[in-house]
Ligand binder design. Structure first.
Ligand SMILES: *Cc1c(COP(=O)(O)O)cnc(C)c1O
Length: 502
């Protein structure tokens, strides 16, 4: 791997830079100049006053953000093995397409005649996602996975209201992503948790005990957050369906079965996909993303409005937005979705093709199992829940390392930063102590995976010989250890500039 040492600047927040009256744009004149030279005219009604923006020159802005960009890490800098996040390489052609004027300058209030191309893309993407998942119909509106979950939970609630039998409970496994119980609670459900069995899968006996006439649904991630495929999913769907409940598929891990298994065939009634995970789009900085939600046959009426519909056949087709859906839960987001993200996903689908998508999950699974098999021999690290094959991600536990050396998962992550590697997800899922969750996307090379194995070996050796060295990491990064309490509290959020706080 390329040796990496993060650039380091004592960069202040932009609000504390500049000086009063300094500006980054040319003076804008209303009307013509006195010297005969033409002046750019800005209509008075668009001028705004009293907004407190940083007063900085253009070059100050450019330098500020360039320096920040050198102090950060992205998928274009190196591997980004954040488990659960599917940080795959995003082909640049997708960016070119999403940056086209016809994408960037389109306005949601344009007339239908002017947006036929955009609607056609949305329609085709919706059909492709339905084909890939085995669902009947999708909404492209939700902004991300969590927004999709809320959409799905609201549709479940409405479904039971419509049939006149409201149900108050949502069952969620203890391995679930935190957004699952949060979304269920926001939609008004009481959350019932079921434990994970010794095989790393949902404890089916416990599930049987939890399911009742009060159960609206069961939210399931498959492969689950341990990276293990829930092999009893169809039996579970039977249990939930027999009680009159619905099955919700958290598709954040769809990468693990992409092109090989379809949630619709596994018994799921409602499913979201994270387009920014499985179907490209750079993410990690807070969005925008897209979390389309698909429903099984019979539930299409619940989908948010509007949906994109096609009239007429190929060649003479015309697309429109359908607002009139009596059973719809309404809108879950302004307008029609994160359009540039939809463009990237569609471009990705077209460039990969059915075979390419299938190959993508195969490579992700191969990378992860290769990594898992090499981790087994490293002192202090274990792969909990037996030696079963993983799908696209694997959770490693540093519990033994922590007990024997005092170096926990968080310290391991900081040590990796000093070796020029982006750490994995840490302390998730909650059911694994000292969890380090690795996901090596399809686009990562064997050399990239090997570099993590070698780095973890070094961390292990150092932990057993000189643990104090690691507890001072990272030393090679722009910023040392944050005070995690202050970092998470909006009122006291302050970076500990390069000075490690221990
Ligand atoms: C990422 C993720 C989510 C939430 O998706 P967002 O797009 O971040 O809102 C839900 N479940 C799992 C398993 C995830 O990894």
């Amino acid at each position: 791997m390329t040796a990496f040492r993060q650039a380091s600047y004592d960069e202040p927040p932009i609000f504390s830079m500049g000086s009063p009256g300094r500006t980054g744009t040319s003076e804008v004149w209303v009307g013509g100049g006195t010297d005969g030279m033409p002046k750019v005219a800005l209509p008075r009604e668009v001028a705004r006053e009293g907004i407190r923006l940083p007063e900085v020159s253009q070059v100050e802005v450019v330098r500020h953000y360039t320096r920040l960009s050198q102090m950060t890490w992205g998928i274009d800098t190196g591997p980004y093995p954040l488990g659960s996040c599917t940080m795959k390489y995003n082909p640049k052609v997708n960016e070119d397409l999403a940056s086209m004027d016809t994408v960037q300058q389109i306005h949601p209030l344009q007339g239908l005649d002017g947006i036929q191309g955009a609607l056609s893309l949305m329609y085709r993407l919706e059909r492709a996602l339905s084909a890939l998942t085995g669902m009947s119909k999708f909404t492209l509106q939700p902004a991300a996975g969590a927004n999709g979950e809320l959409t799905g939970c609201l549709m479940m609630r409405k479904h039971f209201e419509i049939i006149g039998k409201p149900r108050p409970e949502m069952i969620v496994p203890d391995s679930a992503h935190g957004t699952n119980p949060a979304s269920a609670a926001m939609a008004g459900f009481r959350v019932v948790e079921v434990p994970t069995g010794e095989d790393g899968c949902v404890d089916v006996e416990a599930l049987k005990g939890a399911v009742s006439g009060a159960t609206a649904g069961f939210m399931m991630t498959n492969p689950n957050t341990l990276g293990i495929f829930e092999g009893r999913v169809m039996e579970i769907a039977g249990i939930v369906h027999d009680a009159g409940g619905l099955m919700y598929y958290d598709g954040a891990n769809f990468q693990g079965i992409l092109g090989r298994a379809r949630p619709g065939d596994l018994g799921f009634d409602i499913a979201h996909l994270n387009l920014h995970k499985t179907f490209s789009t750079p993410h990690g900085g807070g969005g925008p993303g897209a979390g389309p939600v698909g429903v099984a046959k019979g539930l299409e009426g619940l989908l948010p409005v509007p949906t994109v519909e096609r009239d007429g056949g190929e060649g003479g087709e015309r697309y429109r937005l359908e607002w009139c859906r009596l059973e719809s839960i309404g809108k879950v987001r302004a307008w029609y979705g994160s359009f540039p993200v939809l463009v990237r996903a569609y471009a990705y689908l077209l460039s990969m093709g059915a075979e390419g998508l299938r190959a993508s999950s195969g490579l992700a699974v191969l990378n992860t199992n290769y990594f898992a098999s090499r981790i087994a021999g490293i002192r202090g690290f274990d792969v909990p829940y037996g030696g079963r094959r993983r799908k696209h991600e694997v959770v490693v536990s540093a519990e033994r390392l922590a007990a024997e050396t005092g170096i926990g998962a968080g310290d391991v992550a900081k040590a990796l930063i000093d070796m020029g590697l982006h750490p994995p997800t840490v302390y998730f899922p909650l059911i694994v102590k000292e969890a380090l969750m690795f996901e090596f996307a399809d686009s990562e090379t064997k050399e990239a995976v090997d570099s993590y194995v070698e780095a973890l070996k070094r961390v292990s050796e150092e932990a057993y010989s000189n643990p104090s060295g690691i507890s001072a990491a990272p030393r090679n990064a722009a910023i040392g250890r944050l005070d995690e309490v202050r970092a998470n509290h909006p009122k006291t959020m302050r970076l500990s500039h390069r000075h490690p706080q221990r």
